[in-house]
Design a protein around this ligand. Structure first.
Ligand code: NDP
Length: 280
């Protein structure tokens, strides 16, 4: 009998992560032995903890906040898309080497496709300038978006993001201040909320949503919020009031996990099982 597959997630904090239940449920459904642990590790301890797990021969792992950037220095190789995004959320042991990937970008695209939202030829507005926003830009550009505008409250951040990705994307990409949102919203086909402002724990979530010119989005625009706690964020609630198509962040979580599961096991992930594990 082969050894069980050993996986985990490094985060700080990580107790809230639903990844263990999602991957273990998928493994049970497929009849394979798989253990997925939580590694709660402070930034200063990441290198030591990762080295330890590599020494034990762990098959792969996920990274969540705040480790997605720091891990890039600690592994053997970073895949080109993850390198462009500047963040690794999935590491896979391949021929004894630990290789970093970013499955957030294709996960976002798959969740939009699943919801029937067309990305190709779209005019996309991305809110935020962190790792999630960078993943959205690369993923949506690869999926054929025509134009992407990245808006952030500190304009120098979205401008720097756009500048650093110009060589990696084929679409028209620009960074601009969040205060100019109306101009971009008026012609958008898709709004991607990639800030942490709508998190349950964020004190100003309602104010943030109220400050956005959701009313000028075209009637056929779609809005996705990457945040999934709560599922219906303040921004999605406003978009829904307008009758726009809304997509929550759980689909992205599911699909980034499903893509990682396939990389680790070589098996087709049972999406329905994983989805219901996330809903438990
Ligand atoms: P970061 O911390 O790297 O970036 C957060 C961004 O949000 C920054 O640009 C920050 O701007 C901005 N921001 C925070 N508060 C506000 C506010 N009140 N108004 C305007 N901008 C604000 O986080 P990530 O990019 O890694 O992740 C962003 C969110 O996406 C997370 O909350 C996470 O839950 C979600 N996510 C979901 C995934 C999924 O699978 N569904 C996958 C990855 C992420 P500033 O620098 O000015 O503070």
């Amino acid at each position: 009998m082969s050894d069980p597959i050993r996986l985990g997630i490094f985060g700080w904090p990580v107790a809230h992560s639903k990844s263990p239940q999602m991957h273990e449920a998928a493994a049970r459904a497929l009849g394979i032995e798989l253990r997925y642990e939580r590694f709660e590790v402070a930034p200063d301890d990441l290198a030591k903890a990762v080295r330890h797990e590599h020494d034990t021969g762990i098959n792969g792992y996920n990274l969540t906040v705040p480790h997605k950037q720091a891990i890039m220095e600690l592994i053997d190789e970073v895949a080109p898309t993850a390198r462009a995004i500047g963040a690794v959320n999935t590491v896979v042991r391949t021929n004894g080497r630990y290789v970093g990937h970013n499955t957030d970008a294709p996960g976002l695209v798959r969740s939009l496709e699943e919801a029937g939202v067309q990305v190709g030829n779209g005019r996309v507005v991305v809110l935020g300038a962190g790792g999630a926003a960078r993943a959205a830009v690369v993923g949506l550009s690869n999926a054929g978006a025509d134009e992407i505008a990245v808006l952030s409250r500190k304009p120098e951040q979205s401008e720097a993001l756009a500048q650093s990705l110009t060589e990696d994307v084929e679409c028209n990409l620009e960074g601009a201040p969040l205060s100019e949102a109306s101009w971009y919203f008026e012609t958008a086909t898709l709004l991607v909320q990639a800030t942490s402002a709508t998190l349950e724990s964020s004190a100003g979530a309602l104010e943030f949503a109220a400050s956005l010119p959701i009313d000028v989005l075209p009637a056929d625009a779609a809005v996705i919020d990457m945040v999934y706690t709560p599922l219906k964020t303040s921004v999605l609630a406003r978009a829904e009031e307008r009758g726009l198509t809304i997509v929550d962040g759980l689909g992205m979580l599911l699909h980034q996990g499903a893509i990682a599961f396939e990389m680790w096991t070589g098996l087709e992930p049972p999406l329905d099982v994983m989805r219901s594990a996330l809903n438990d």
